[in-house]
Design a protein around this ligand. Structure first.
Ligand code: CS2
Ligand code: MN
Length: 365
């Protein structure tokens, strides 16, 4: 298992690579070329520059999050084949620079959806939350909320240019139901997985966040059955998963522990987002509200040791990063992506892993 830290690039961050280097146990960066629109090729030279910068700081660049999939591919427009060719070119360029895992998602229009980007916790920190009654009916309003609450940073999956056309975009998806979206995902994977196999890159889909339909849009990576379908649809180890623990657990009916165990055993989890969430008023029937909690088990609703054990005991060898963190100690920055709380997350995750490793050795003595 290797611990990594998401970093958006020198022009997109206040956090420096030198700061990340000082987090004990953190080996690498989860990188991106944030400015390249979906559908375009990532030039080899730009990837090389990023790699050089990361390696000069004593870190590695093995994971990319995300190479975004264009709406044309998700909708299945006549432009999709051109975008797929560009995606394949990007895969080859990334592989040539030593990248091993590409995280992506197949969510229409919106990536993750949260109602609050600055949800106050009793200790004075703030975090991201999903409170159903605060989700507006009009998607334009949620776009405005995200733009206003993001402290001047662009959030992943919320590119202002793309979303400025949101009504046209929603309209373009009007004939795309779950079945059509599944067909389009399989079409995409059948085209790119042979390229991945050739150059040794693993694709890792991020589950839907939240794992149920929003604004009438289809969602197809929500639970165990969907992950099983994905793995079987294109049966290759290169067709894998970013197991985002928080996203899957946002549906309380999902058994996150057995999902982690099963897909680790099947060799399909290439990247893990470790996150704890706290359900808000879970005693109310049907209520799925939650906030993103600090990583330790005692702070949220998930048992972090059991999640880590499911990975550890089933032979997980991939990459992991703390998913989001709160804003603490007066830090300001991209919501979910401050330095301090994610660094605390890594320290905690590392401690749990070390304990599991040592307990495993003892048991095997
Ligand atoms: C991430 C996602 O910041 C986040 O919420 O977990 O945006 C993730 O990067 C994408 O879904 C991956 O394509
Ligand atoms: Mn995630």
């Amino acid at each position: 298992m290797e611990l990594t830290f998401r970093w958006y690039g020198p022009n997109e961050e206040k956090i420096t690579l030198q700061q990340i280097r000082q987090i004990p146990g953190c080996c690498g960066i989860v990188g991106t070329l944030f400015d390249i629109p979906a559908g375009e090729v990532w030039p080899r030279g730009r990837i090389h520059q990023l790699r050089q910068m990361v390696e000069d700081a004593g870190l590695t660049l093995k994971v990319i999050e995300s190479v975004n999939v264009s709406d044309d591919i998700k909708i299945g427009t006549p432009l999709r084949d051109r975008h797929i060719e560009a995606y394949k070119e990007t895969i080859r360029n990334l592989a040539a620079e030593g990248v091993e895992v590409i995280c992506y998602n197949f969510m229409p229009v919106f990536d993750w959806v949260k109602s609050d980007l600055d949800y106050k916790l009793p200790d004075g920190s703030s975090t991201l939350a999903f409170v159903r009654k605060n989700i507006p009916d009009d998607p334009q309003q949620i776009i405005d909320t995200v733009a206003d609450g993001s402290a001047g940073f662009t959030l992943p999956g919320w590119e202002p240019e793309r979303l400025s056309q949101v009504r046209a975009l929603l309209d373009a998806y009007k004939d795309v139901d779950e079945d059509r979206l599944r067909e389009n995902l399989v079409y995409f994977l059948k085209a790119i997985i042979p390229t991945c196999e050739e150059c040794g890159v693993k694709m890792a889909i991020h589950p839907d966040d939240p794992p149920y339909s929003m604004f009438g849009l289809p969602r197809i990576i929500k639970n165990r059955e969907d992950l099983d379908w994905l793995c079987n649809a294109v049966d290759s180890p290169c067709n894998g998963i970013t197991l985002c623990c928080g996203s899957i657990a946002e549906e309380p009916g999902n058994d996150i522990y057995s999902i982690l165990a099963e897909f680790t055993r099947r060799g399909r989890i290439h990247f893990v987002h470790m996150r704890n969430i706290k359900y808000i008023s879970p005693e109310e029937p049907g209520n799925k509200d939650f906030y993103e909690a600090p990583h330790p088990s005692e702070c949220g609703s998930l048992d972090m040791v059991e999640m880590m054990r499911a990975l550890h005991d089933n032979g997980f060898t991939g990459y992991m990063r703390p998913d989001h963190g709160r804003m603490i100690w007066g830090e300001t920055g991209r919501p979910g992506y401050g330095l301090y709380d994610r660094a605390l997350g890594i320290a905690y995750i590392n401690g749990v892993w070390e304990a599991l490793e040592k307990a495993g050795c003892k048991a095997g003595e």
